[in-house]
Design a protein around this ligand. Structure first.
Ligand SMILES: O=C(O)C(=O)C[C@]1(C(=O)O)C=C[C@@H](O)C=C1
Length: 271
């Protein structure tokens, strides 16, 4: 069983893969989320792990588009508490750092900390752990990484500051992907769907009313452009419910009133 992630050992994706699938899992690391999506689609791996939103930095919008374009199936979600640490070579001090590199989502989560260190330039990089590894392998002085304490341990870096995310209570929601739909082991209480409705007055209000009338709670709604049809939008919706039949009725009623629905996954809420 192979699991695709973006990143290397010590990255948050790697931690989710090990926590969910077990410490002995065969994890394949890629540099981009697109490569992860492709590997699940082509069957190079059976499962993929993909961050989709963070409680401080918000959604990773391009990942919604990847799930759609590669027609992947979400079978589970996983919330990981995220603690970021500033780290560097053992002989360095914070005053020595000119540049701090990390995954763009990690940099966003630590914006406030770096406002107090304006002389440090922040630079986007592939993932948190890859930067930590590069600092160690290339003995990079003057460069810091933002990464997990696991990464600091693996790559033997000194932690200069712990818990540097803007608020301590920080979570990233990951989704677990596979190529085909599988039969859920328990009755789902959450679903991720894409709805495309006509661009006319009241159509979104109607959609929301249909869902609310059937007691569906929207935990997320995100508009994304329909690229073949400029200035028209689809909506990625995460919805929670207690009655699966009510959810099925809502889907039916959206379709009856002219909406197009693509179901990405029906699963148990991970919260
Ligand atoms: O760079 C990593 O370690 C990752 O696993 C990526 C990632 C992300 O994509 O959001 C995962 C969790 C954190 O929110 C920060 C970065």
């Amino acid at each position: 069983m192979k699991i695709s992630i973006q990143g290397i050992p010590g990255s948050f994706h790697h931690q989710v893969a090990l926590q969910y699938f077990g410490e002995d899992s065969d994890v394949l690391g890629y540099k981009t989320f697109e490569e992860v999506a492709k590997s699940v689609r082509t069957g190079e791996s059976q499962f993929g792990v993909m961050a989709i939103e963070n409680s401080i930095a918000g959604a990773i919008l391009p990942n919604y588009e990847l799930i759609d374009r590669y027609s992947l199936h979400i079978f589970e979600e996983f919330y990981l508490p995220i603690s970021h640490n500033l780290m560097c070579l053992p002989d360095q001090k914070i005053e020595d750092l000119k540049v701090v590199r990390s995954h763009p989502m990690a940099l966003l989560q630590c914006k406030k900390f770096f406002q107090e260190h304006p002389s440090i330039t922040l630079v986007d990089d592939v993932d948190t752990a890859t930067v930590a590894k590069r600092i160690k392998d290339e003995k990079l002085a003057g460069v810091g990484a933002i990464a997990s304490s696991v990464a600091a341990e693996i790559y033997q870096l000194k932690v200069l500051a712990k818990d540097i995310q803007t608020v301590e209570n920080n979570f990233t929601r990951f989704i677990l992907l596979q190529k085909d739909k599988s039969v859920p082991t328990s009755i789902p209480n959450k679903a991720s769907i894409k709805v495309t409705i006509s661009n006319e007055r009241g159509s979104l209000a109607k959609l929301l009313t249909q869902m609310s009338d059937l007691e569906l709670n929207l935990s997320k709604i995100q508009s994304i452009p329909v690229i073949e049809n400029p200035w028209n939008y689809s909506f990625f919706i995460d919805t929670q419910f207690t009655d699966y039949n009510q959810y099925l009725k809502a889907i039916e009623s959206i379709i009856k009133s002219g909406g197009e629905v693509k179901v990405f996954g029906e699963y148990q809420s991970g919260k």
